[in-house]
Design a binder for this molecule. Sequence first.
Ligand SMILES: [Fe+2]
Length: 393
Amino acid sequence: MRLAELTALFGQLDFPRSDGHARPPRDHVRAVEGAVRAGLSDDELPLELLALEIERRDGAPELAPFYVVPEVGVRVAFAYWRPGRAAGAHEHSDWTVTAVLHNALDVATFDWDATARARRLVPKRLFSAEAGRVGHIYGPCIHDPRNPTARWSISLHLFGPSDGPVLEAQVGPVEGLAPAAPRPAAAHGRRPRARPRCSPKAPVPAHRRRYDRRAALRDARGGTSGPESTLPRPAELSSDPGAHRRGRGLLAHERECVRRAQVDALAHRGPRAAALLARLHARGDAGTRARAARALGRPEELDPRAALVRRWPGVDLDVVWSADRAELLARCGERAQLLVRVPAWAEPALRALAAASELRPRDIPGLAEAEQLALARALVDWGTFQPFAAQEN
Ligand SMILES: [Fe+2]
């Protein structure tokens, strides 16, 4: 499944437009849930969504949409959960579809009516959700997702356009209910509304995204290290005189943690994940680069004598001619992907690669050593070959 198919589903089901307050029938939300479940059952949709997230948000740790479905205003976002992180019990008043993309979450739910009557949280259920688990909320609902594991988790969220807290406005303060996160200031002097704790920020306009990307690059250069599970949130330092500087350092660290979680989510998704892993490798700090390099199955420095072995047994390499150039294609069933196009004189190198189940860069025929290493590095980046040592681990 592709994102375009998922987007088209909202039109086919005649979801309400974002400028109204109508809510779709619950069966239509269930249909979206089923489509997301089907989409997450293979790699195509996760890779497409992660590609958008990485390109548009570049490791930004806060919950904000990387995509908004045109016309219906459904916001699509990833949430990142450090080990032990809990969202805090919060409300959803519209519909949402939520999936665990990577690792696992525990989700506590609370009885809405009993909570409203008692004005304190009344527990209802606690369930565990592994990667691939998809569910929906048809509000109102109170829940508290948390990551009970020692690794980072990633969840995928589709939010209806009218989500927001309503309970305390109806019954007064509720003991245990997390305060809603403030919305960014609204345009035209309108009063900002609160938003629920796992409802995303408004989309960032293009001119702001460019600014944020520059800030991201600046922050990434100043990355810090430390135990992920004990990091205070930047907001917790806000009363400290050095808070701004340290807050930026923590944000940079969070950004690297997000990138590393993305690396982990991509690590077992086959050769088509290699380009995204290479992008994270290029953007990340040393720790992220090392993690991405491991996921790509490559050492940081490639030795001309290092043994490389083929990955992905179901993928065949083939050499074809296009105009006066030789092309190396990766074929899997009916699908073919162009890996590299070279001048005619380098065709023997491609033939050797296509035939090899194991090779050493220095043995690639007809190339200088620098060309041998560049080609071997590209093969490892694409996930076509991996160092023999990495295969053993
Ligand atoms: Fe939530």
